[in-house]
Design a protein around this ligand. Structure first.
Ligand code: AMP
Ligand code: ZN
Length: 113
């Protein structure tokens, strides 16, 4: 989709720091990391967000979910990680192209001490 920054990244029209890529998805490091490891996983197909997922996207969605643990392992996140997808205005979704944040190596505030 024209004017979509993540479509441009998927097409390699603009550069990104790629962590994983295949014909359907690309994972790249976030420009403004919120954790020591912060990677975004996106479908190359333009899907606005989870509300825009169609029946025909079921296999693609399964592929994304299946690949996340492999990408996390390659990033050295054997001790755990969070996966977040912000959807819509109330979730402060800023880029209107479906993406899953992988967040790892964040210093834990719990348990205390
Ligand atoms: P959100 O839409 O709030 O779930 O988050 C969008 C994320 O995309 C933010 O964490 C941004 O830092 C990140 N971001 C925006 N543009 C780029 C880019 N060109 N390369 C890498 N990350 C980006
Ligand atoms: Zn897009």
């Amino acid at each position: 989709m024209a004017d979509c920054i993540f479509c441009m990244i998927g097409n390699h029209d603009i550069p990104s720091n790629v962590a994983y890529e295949d014909d359907q998805i690309i994972a790249f490091h976030d420009l403004e990391p919120q954790a020591p490891v912060h990677v975004l996983v996106i479908p190359k197909k333009h899907i606005t967000g989870l509300d825009d997922v169609k029946e025909e996207d079921k296999e693609l969605m399964g592929h994304i979910m299946f690949k996340i643990h492999e990408i996390a392992a390659d990033l050295g996140l054997e001790n755990g990680y969070r996966v977040v997808s912000n959807n819509g205005e109330d979730a402060f979704q800023t880029v209107k192209h479906l993406h899953f944040h992988i967040l790892g190596k964040r210093k834990m505030t719990w348990p205390p001490g």
